[in-house]
Design a binder for this molecule. Structure first.
Ligand code: F6P
Length: 518
């Protein structure tokens, strides 16, 4: 069964939300705190080590209740069931969407469970063998570096997570080749010793030009420095296409599959996460999956009012569709999460950057927002000024960890005090008048507070799954297909056409640029 196809703007709750917006959009968040006795109770939710406070938003309880009503009117509960039970909800590609099965213990289908179990067992074997020194390079030396060659979903998740969890490193150093930039690749290869380096070619389709060309370049370098025979000891492939990697010289036991029902941008939980498991060890990788599994259960079973992904999605829709905010910022106060915003950019913008609804009509309302961000406190010294005193309203997720990993409580306190200072300042501002007017800060700037006990593999798994489900809820309510990416496909095919036929099909401007560039 496909997802339901209800236009959100035709729902009763949507009209009421518009009215509430017109009445309340000038109110200050402080007013909501004054007027609503139970605001903190109503606007917080938690799961295990995660605590979410969304009370610092320009949303009254009345608006929030209507947003909950919108979920009901657009069949969110039924759609969530379809998301988890393997219904063909990616209709334009005629596929189910089952990345959640990669971390589930009890899938409805034995075939899917088998596939997941087999892949996990391959991930465990390879990770353990590399870490224990059982699987070595051609010359007998221990593997020290692993290079992931892949782009988009075959790169962003693995890179973000290996960096985020580098505290749990088992000693292997991760590297990533994603862009087709010969200078970068050559520079990296200069620093690597082929005897101690393992390459993982990750591509669901095994047709992505950047990945295939980079893989060819690395293969050539390897053969020049070693020989063709040893490719089998140094190359692993992760793909839905299990035939082409064999031609590359990769042995069957070193080919891991990506099932068709796993979308690239949600694929880090399975074979695409191989480099994560190698770097942090399989036991930690299992914890990472268990954190996501617990978030999935919470998402499936909690009432909407206390359902973390649902409430975050509703806050996002409120700003996007009623306040007309164009962007959302992600601000983790943790340097290890420096690539979280990049990762969420793909997960969210490739999913919900759509303008045709599930009935085939052009939408006349906003869909996906622009996702961006950086780490605190660095961002405070870069773009926070605009957030405090600029003309844009930027909904933000502030993410903080209660404990540091190193145990340096003193420095950690400085970090978390800054975190708190910023969400407080954004809310309350600083009223000035007269000759001090330039210093006036209105406040009333929204933020979600996401508190997590500690940056563990399990908690990171929950955090990522939280955002995945938030993305699903937004797509479900806004009546768009979140799991295809036809816009990206167009660019890919034009690039191939240029390589094959030159400028013949380009527009006038691009054709002139072609003459200057190529
Ligand atoms: O960027 C578009 C995209 O299709 C992503 O969805 C995907 O993650 C990426 O290309 C890489 O595709 P593949 O894994 O097939 O090489």
């Amino acid at each position: 069964m496909p997802l339901s196809k209800k236009n959100p703007t035709s729902q009763k709750s949507w009209s009421s939300l518009k009215e509430v917006y017109n009445q309340e959009n000038n109110l200050h968040i402080n007013d909501y705190f004054k007027n609503e006795n139970n605001r903190l109770e109503n606007f917080t939710a938690s799961l295990n080590d995660l605590y979410i406070d969304f009370s610092k938003n320009r949303i009254s309880k009345k608006a929030f209740d209507l947003l909950i009503e919108l979920c009901k009117e657009t069949d969110l509960k039924e759609n969530i069931d379809k998301y988890f039970n393997g219904s063909t909800i990616n209709e334009t590609e005629n596929r189910s969407v089952l990345h959640t099965a990669l971390r589930s213990k009890n899938s409805d289908s034995t075939e899917i469970s088998e596939e997941v179990k087999n892949t996990l067992s391959k991930i465990r074997t390879i990770s353990d063998e590399i870490n224990n020194g059982v699987r070595r390079g051609y010359s007998g030396k221990k593997i020290e570096n692993v290079v992931n060659i892949g782009i988009g979903g075959s790169h962003l998740g693995p890179e973000m997570v290996t960096e985020a969890l580098s505290f749990y490193s088992q000693g292997i150093k991760p590297y990533f080749i994603s862009n087709i930039d010969p200078d970068y690749t050559e520079n990296l290869l200069k620093s690597l010793n082929p005897e101690t380096t393992m390459f993982i070619i990750v591509s669901k389709t095994f047709t992505t030009i950047e990945t295939l060309e980079n893989a060819k370049k690395v293969r050539k370098w390897f053969i020049n420095n070693v020989n063709e025979e040893s490719i089998k000891d140094h190359f692993i492939a992760v793909s839905n296409n299990t035939e082409d990697p064999k031609e590359f010289g990769i042995e069957s036991k070193n080919i891991l599959s990506i099932p068709e029902w796993v979308g690239g941008r949600f694929s880090l939980w399975g074979s695409v996460g191989l480099i994560i498991s190698i770097c942090i060890g399989f036991k930690n990788f299992e914890d990472f999956l268990s954190g996501a599994r617990e978030m999935d259960l919470h998402f499936k079973e909690s009432h909407f009012e206390k359902n973390i992904p649902v409430v975050l999605a509703l806050v996002s829709i409120w700003y996007n569709n009623f306040f007309n905010c164009e962007t959302e910022a992600i601000l983790p106060y943790n340097q290890f999460l420096g690539k979280l915003a990049d990762y969420l950019q793909q997960a969210s913008m490739e999913s919900n950057g759509k303008s045709i609804d599930r009935n085939g009509n052009k939408v006349d309302y906003q869909t996906g927002t622009i996702i961006w961000g950086s780490t605190g406190t660095n961002a405070q010294h870069a773009f926070f000024q605009l957030m405090h005193q600029g003309t844009k309203l930027i909904p933000t997720d502030f993410i903080a960890f209660k404990e540091s990993l190193s145990g340096d409580a003193e420095q950690h306190r400085i970090l978390t005090s800054n975190f708190l200072a910023q969400t407080n300042a954004l809310l309350v501002g600083n009223k000035k008048i007269g000759n001090e007017i330039q210093k006036n800060i209105d406040g009333n700037k929204p933020s979600n507070t996401i508190l997590i006990n500690k940056l563990t593999p399990k908690n990171l798994g929950s955090l990522i799954a939280m955002y995945e489900s938030k993305i699903f809820v937004i797509g479900s309510i806004l009546n768009i297909y979140s799991f295809d990416q036809w816009g990206v496909e167009l660019g890919k095919s034009i690039a191939k056409e240029i390589l094959k036929n030159g400028k013949s099909n380009l527009d006038k401007s691009s054709s002139q640029v072609y003459d200057k560039l190529i």
